[in-house]
Write a protein that binds this ligand. Sequence first.
Ligand SMILES: NC(=O)c1ccc[n+]([C@@H]2O[C@H](COP(=O)([O-])OP(=O)(O)OC[C@H]3O[C@@H](n4cnc5c(N)ncnc54)[C@H](O)[C@@H]3O)[C@@H](O)[C@H]2O)c1
Length: 345
Amino acid sequence: MKVLVTGGCGFLGSHTCELFREEGWEVISYDNMTKYELGRTGYGTEKTRDFNWDYLKNLGVEMVKEDICNEQAMKDYSSGCDYIVHTAAQPAMTISWEDPRLDFNTNVLGTFNVLDAGRKHGIPVVNTSSIHVYGNSINDTLTESETSYVRNPVDIDENQPVMIGEISPLHASKMSAEHYVRTYTDMLKTPSASFRFTGIYGPRQFGGEDHGWVANFAIRAVFGIPLKIFGTGKQARDIIYAYDGAKAYLDYFNSQSPGVYNIGGGPENKISLLECINMIGDILGKKPEIEFHPDRPGDMRYFVCDITEANKRFGFKPSHSPRKGVEKLIKWIDENKDVFDMTGK
Ligand SMILES: NC(=O)c1ccc[n+]([C@@H]2O[C@H](COP(=O)([O-])OP(=O)(O)OC[C@H]3O[C@@H](n4cnc5c(N)ncnc54)[C@H](O)[C@@H]3O)[C@@H](O)[C@H]2O)c1
């Protein structure tokens, strides 16, 4: 069996490549190796950019440096594959305001090319979407405890209306991609799915202020650099460990059931920013320093996935608690301090 993983050298993509290799698949990582976001983290762009590429090469993953906007290359490299997992994206809301054309080209045109490659070869595609498509009107339904926003009922299923509230270019591009996924399933014989992921975290995530908040907090805490919170810090998510996210793609392939699925840690893995920072402090044995800043437009203060549908259709079940996952993340940061190049920060 052979899978092509777009964005295979990114965070979630690299865990997906690793898992499929472990399962004995041939794996192609198809990634343009953009430095746009990594250049903003301040961690040392070159080392961080090559880290996942070097890691995967050693596992026997085939590496292709190409763009999903290149229609022909997408079709050529996916020839002979049984499955496409599409994780390549412009993933950050902040970057979508600054460069809406990059966001559109990557997330809409790029996803269209990926789906069309799937159609040409008659193979399924899973598109990586985001809970952002629901929009932030959820903010109007919340109360708060001392450390977290609170909602009743706690979790939210796929029947929640989408695109309600303040909408950024990222919302529009992710939602457009989902519409095309449905079109290719309904009319064009490419049985596909969109996974609406909540916050993902784990080793090999070079999270910064644009996206990847758990890793961003953990990296800064390990290096003793103040953490920036935009808003109250009570924002909450059912965070999911990267291995569990990667496993969802494998589970889907084994019992294909086209549709839209919330993929997250579920209600047991709900945690707020403040609670996560406290946990990181507890693991490290030192309290991280925090700076508070005004919240950012479009911010969704709460999302916890009802994951019943993904469990029913393809047996998806997360296996990591935040504590277990964050301990592994911190261990990885500790073992790879030189990669972050924080001198002078
Ligand atoms: N990280 C999260 O918390 C989170 C939450 C919800 C959804 N998602 C979604 O999960 C997916 C993966 O996110 P991630 O956190 O691993 O991001 P990432 O930035 O670590 O990885 C994305 C990868 O895609 C590659 N890429 C970008 N544009 C490309 C292009 N035009 N052609 C080929 N490759 C390209 C990048 O080089 C990068 O390696 C994205 O679709 C993102 O929107 C992530």
